[in-house]
Design a protein around this ligand. Structure first.
Ligand code: GTP
Ligand code: MG
Length: 387
């Protein structure tokens, strides 16, 4: 399989999925190896630092330990800002993902936010759109946009993380008060920490009888997430997604955390960003949902994403309506690409179709070479292996 020579791992260890992706082996291989050595991880989803090191040694991959400061630096680097943008920066909306254990109320929360905030800002129903919802949250009486990503629905999720693409600014982790911290809660925390994304905890279902939010806070502090109200740095809001209790407070917290991050981009330039998902539509042809991370994407722009390229023939927003442009943090579905790009790929607007074609071909060629050197072709080709 294709190998990356160097892998970075933080104090929190690594997701098995990410390690497998990076080493171009299967998760079963990794777990099998651990078991054969008599090592049993607490959960098959995450591996601690020592296990990661052990496996990397087996695959001849060097491990570099990263400290939190480096994580932050990396995160900044991934914001897709160039030197020449620095004079033209403007505030951009925060991009937020909601994560958490099964049935803890992620969808209910997102639905509530969308119903109460999306419809209020724009008349008409909510159509099942592209899984990236623009919502207006009042801050000091003024509506401020923010964008919620329905990440679990995005095929790109694992791939994006493994490639280090960073599209989210804030993670809301939902913990049901009657169930507490569960395996996927831990996983979500690991995701957020690995990406250096600030965490807000939503303790959900507080409308239920006889529940004890303090117990959940206790649990969270025991795994290193100390609530702000206890002198720590993790905001925790007690909500009922079902009844809509304290959702405004949660959104205010989101906006506060966003403000501290000073999220900026330069809207006055060619767009770049990341492919959230892509597919083939019977009538539209190849479609791609792109999230703009810097610049402004316009109808008619020439884009390249990996091996796919083309002129943006039309763009659709989260309600399926046609739009002519999309600024920083906004996701749109575009049509007009030559082929279906890969979720997690970065996209970029270029000056001409010729340049785009050249770039797409160059990418296709390097992928081809990497595939050949992957011999059996079984190993997954990762961007880091061909960079
Ligand atoms: P998955 O997508 O399967 O991981 O679940 P989820 O996290 O999206 O949970 P979902 O929103 O589907 O909610 C699961 C169940 O919990 C549903 O029956 C909801 O009605 C219920 N639920 C969600 N939020 C609340 C809440 O605040 N209070 C109460 N009492 N029930 C809730
Ligand atoms: Mg759900």
């Amino acid at each position: 399989p294709v190998k990356v020579e160097i892998l970075e791992v933080g104090e929190e260890g690594m997701l098995t999925e990410d390690l497998a992706y990076n080493l171009a082996v299967s998760e079963a291989d990794i777990l099998g190896y651990l078991y054969s050595k008599g090592v049993k991880p607490d959960t098959v989803h995450t591996l601690d630092k020592d296990m990661v090191k052990m496996i990397c040694k087996e695959y001849d991959v060097e491990v570099i330990e990263i400290d939190p400061v480096r994580v932050e630096e990396m995160a900044k680097k991934k914001e897709m800002l160039d030197e020449e943008d620095l004079d033209m920066l403007e505030n951009r909306p925060p991009v937020i993902t909601i994560m958490g254990h099964v049935d803890h109320g992620k969808t209910t929360l997102l639905d509530y936010i969308r119903k109460s905030k999306v419809v209020a800002s724009e008349a008409g129903g909510i159509t099942q759109g592209i899984g990236a919802y623009k919502v207006l949250v009042p801050v000091d009486g003024k509506p401020q946009p923010c964008v919620f990503l329905d990440t679990p629905g995005h095929e790109a999720f694992g791939a994006m993380r493994a490639r280090g693409a960073r599209v989210t600014d804030i993670t809301i982790i939902v913990v049901a008060v009657d169930d507490g911290v569960r395996p996927q809660t831990n996983e979500a925390i690991a995701h957020a920490k690995a990406a250096g994304v600030p965490i807000i905890i939503a303790i959900n279902k507080i409308d239920k009888d006889g529940t004890n939010p303090e117990r959940v806070m206790q649990e969270l502090s025991s795994i290193g997430l100390m609530p702000e109200v206890w002198g720590g740095d993790i905001p925790m809001v007690q909500i009922s997604a079902l009844k809509g209790v304290n959702i405004d407070e949660l959104l205010e917290t989101v906006m506060l955390v966003a403000e501290l991050q000073e999220l900026k981009a330069n809207p006055h330039r060619n767009a770049k960003g990341t492919v959230l998902e892509a597919g083939l539509d019977k009538t539209k042809g190849s479609t791609a949902t792109l999230i703009v991370q810097n610049g402004t994407l316009k109808k008619g722009d020439v884009v390249v994403c990996g091996e796919a390229f083309g002129k943006v023939r039309a763009m659709f927003d989260d309600r399926g309506g046609r739009v002519d442009q999309a600024g920083p943090s906004i996701a749109v579905q575009v049509i007009g690409l030559s082929s279906v790009p890969i979720a997690g790929d970065e996209f970029e607007v270029l000056d001409s179709l010729d340049i785009a074609r050249e770039r797409a071909n160059a990418c296709a060629e390097s992928l081809r070479v990497a595939r050949i050197s992957a011999k059996a072709g079984e190993g997954k080709v990762t961007l880091s292996s061909i960079a």
